[in-house]
Ligand binder design. Structure first.
Ligand code: GLA
Length: 356
């Protein structure tokens, strides 16, 4: 693990996944909302037992903290950071710039005035405030989009307002405001060998190489790790090659949002859990074998909090599979089921951390 990486030492719980992870120098954590911790004692206990680090699921996003100009709403993130500190945990700074959590008023002002001061003010309002508690920030979330531009940059409001240089500027700005923070880019769909994900890996690497070549302060890369059984199985050798390139550039690598979208909801729950666990094991065995990897976070601990749903199209793929009144239940792509029982995915993560 790299020096100064997501700290594993201070906060490892006595038992649970973070304890297992910490033996090999990794951290384990999960996304969570303050309100979930307040409302659900069993989840709160599991989070404390399993996690060394939390990602604020929504509490730190720009539209959550400043929904209208100057109308700050920092109660939830302050509460989450306080909870973490009280229990010896750390928090990931997710996320400063993301096209999907930019409040409408910011979007409009950026399009009209192209004024970088809005970005500076945003970073300066948040980064020093959580200076000691949040040491690692996703400065830009999801900068890549295929199918539009040769450089693969997403056509976001930031690109439209400031041009392709906005990513470098954002990282430089973040370094100025928070000189000791670890600065990251966080990205999705980098795991499979379909045409789009091959392009995404290539374009993302090109972007990162350019940033490093120009001396931009970039410390690490977040791999969201939203696995998807509809896409087949993860492309282990492509992932290994991709991560080697990142590690060769001296970057820290974190799996930031691991979960699994299922493909076959007609199988028995046991079979479904096995397919999820097998895919997680394949993925983590590959990732954890690479240099530079400092930890793994899931996007929630229990299926009940998952953003992944059984979709209309999933039902359509299996016509007649469910009679009126029954159905496949929740997507089962997280370590705990809705009743807070550990599933095979939990054991897969544990075994991957053990390396056996
Ligand atoms: C993306 C974002 C996260 C979260 C998830 C799922 O991966 O980075 O913040 O919103 O989607 O909702």
């Amino acid at each position: 693990m790299l020096a100064g990486a997501l700290s594993a030492t201070r906060s490892a719980a006595a038992s649970g996944l973070s304890a297992v992870a910490s033996r090999r120098g990794w951290v384990f954590g999960s996304a969570v909302r303050l309100t979930q911790l307040q409302d659900e004692p069993a989840l709160r206990a599991a989070v404390l037992r399993e996690c060394a680090v939390f990602t604020p699921e929504i509490d730190l996003k720009w539209d959550a903290i400043e929904p209208a100009p100057g109308r700050w709403s920092l109660g939830n993130i302050d509460g989450l950071v306080g909870f973490a500190s009280e229990h010896g945990k750390t928090v990931r700074g997710h996320t400063l710039l993301w096209h999907r959590s930019t409040p409408a008023w910011v979007d409009q002002r950026l399009r009209e005035h192209r004024d970088w001061r809005l970005i500076s003010r945003h970073f300066a309002s948040l980064m020093p405030r959580y200076g000691d508690a949040i040491t690692q920030w996703d400065v830009v979330n999801e900068p890549i989009e295929t199918g539009h531009r040769m450089d693969g940059l997403r056509r976001s409001v930031f690109l439209e307002a400031f041009g392709p240089d906005y990513i470098r500027r954002a990282l430089v700005e973040a370094r100025t405001v928070a000189p000791r923070a670890r600065l990251m880019l966080n990205e999705y769909s980098l795991e499979y060998d379909n045409r789009e994900e091959r392009d995404r890996r290539y374009l993302f690497l090109k972007l990162i190489e350019g940033l490093k070549r120009s001396g931009t302060p970039l410390d690490g890369i977040g791999l969201q790790g939203h696995l998807d059984l509809r896409k087949g199985t993860v492309a282990t050798s492509s992932i290994a090659g991709f991560l080697k390139e990142l590690a060769d550039m001296g970057l820290e690598i974190v799996v930031t949002e691991l979960d699994v979208k299922e493909a076959d909801y007609t199988a028995t729950p046991d079979a479904r859990d096995r397919m999820v666990a097998d895919e997680v094991r394949r993925y983590l065995d590959t990732v954890l074998a690479q240099r530079g990897v400092s930890g793994v976070l899931t996007w929630g601990l229990s299926d009940r909090q998952s953003w992944l749903e059984v979709l209309e199209e999933d039902y359509r793929r299996f016509p007649g599979a469910w009679t009126k009144g029954d159905g496949p239940g929740l997507n089962r792509g997280l370590p705990y089921d809705a009743g807070m029982h550990r599933k095979p995915m939990y054991r897969a993560i544990e075994a991957a951390f053990h390396g056996r």
